[in-house]
Write a protein that binds this ligand. Sequence first.
Ligand SMILES: [Zn+2]
Ligand SMILES: [Zn+2]
Length: 362
Amino acid sequence: MKMMKALVHEAAGRKNASIRMVPYPVCGDDEVVIKVMACGICKWAEINHDTEGGGGTLAKYPVITGHEFAGYIVEVGKNVTEYKIGDRVTADNAIPCGKCWYCRNGKPLLCEHFGSHGHNINGGFAQYLKIVAKNVVKLPDNLSFDEASVAEPVACAVEALDRANIKPGEEVIVSGMGPHGLILAQLCHFSSAQHSVAIGLVESRLKTLESYGVPTILAERNDASVHEAKLREMFPHGVDCIIDTSGAWPMVQSLLKFLRKGGRFVQYGSYHSSIQIENPAKFLNDLHFNNQSYVGVSCQVNNFPRAIEYMANGKCNVSTLVTHTFDLDDYFLALDTNKTDKSTLKVVIHPNGDPNKETDLS
Ligand SMILES: [Zn+2]
Ligand SMILES: [Zn+2]
């Protein structure tokens, strides 16, 4: 039997995970098999899988984790006509059930039995993965496999952009300097917004955004009045939309002062469960009396083609996002590096060695 190397979680928690040989996937008639050349660590999801008692709401074990993957097609099912062996591709990891109330009412994002490669269907921390062909997206030549592995976070950011519903002439603040903040700051800058600004704590990342033409403001952790003064100067009448990827509640409290009446607050990063909202009724009443909206965005379906377009045409530059790469054998070192080393943005695993070297497609 043909075998392959994979990171298998028997249950949540590191002690229940191992890198071992498992059977090569059997390609169904409507599926393709992808030789995975790059698979990104989604810090939040992978730490969840790595934590005993964790796993997240979607997880179902045993499973091969990893939902941000790209590689070569090495096998096509007999009903698949649009792809061929050797195509460079990524694929949407989301598999809505198609049968539940939400799916039947045209809302697959809200599916009650949401399937997801890397959470409850085998994912990309493996040498090979099989997936339905309709989820596959071909890669343009100007995107590397490492860059293409960022398509999933970009696709999620596109969902936030859709739901933020930014209209021509509007003004927007994007907060947070993790991968999602860097992606959304660019998407908002190139949206129909009149002005958008990215605010965060990491100066080098703000410089990267500035080099893409995105205006930025350095946040002051210990004295919010410093960045608030800069924001007041830039937006004397406040902004129409705030998209928070920081997950930092003090930052949100500081920024909400700038949300105009009728504005939208988009929560994109999750807040730690220990966060206490001082006066929840006041918080809600402020939204209510100011006719403001709260929008929660946490995942995506069907946004991969647009994500790849944004990445390929330079409206979402991800070339500096992949800061570290590791072989599959070093997965746990990679995850720990991602957790502890502040210089990491996206850490990407190479299950089949160097993705820039020629590879066997048999
Ligand atoms: Zn992800
Ligand atoms: Zn469904």
